[in-house]
Design a protein. Structure first.
Length: 71
């Protein structure tokens, strides 16, 4: 793997984390400003999905792009 490819993959993983954090913050803002229960539930769902993406997506990308073992 070249340095450029490794750098681009790293930036893709970081970008995925940043987008997930932005989604989680957006869900938190919706929850905080909502006046009725359906909007609070929507905010909670967005928050939870953002937290899930923070934990899973970068790890899945790293596993997908892992260098195969050489024997």
């Amino acid at each position: 793997m070249t340095e450029d490819q490794a750098r681009n993959r790293y930036f893709a993983m970081v970008f995925a984390q940043i987008i997930a954090v932005a989604g989680a913050v957006f869900g938190l803002i919706i929850m905080g400003r909502a006046e009725d229960m359906p909007m609070r539930l929507l905010g909670a769902a967005i928050l939870l999905s953002g937290l899930y993406c923070i934990a899973v997506v970068p790890r899945a990308l790293a596993r997908r792009w892992r260098t195969p073992p050489t024997d």
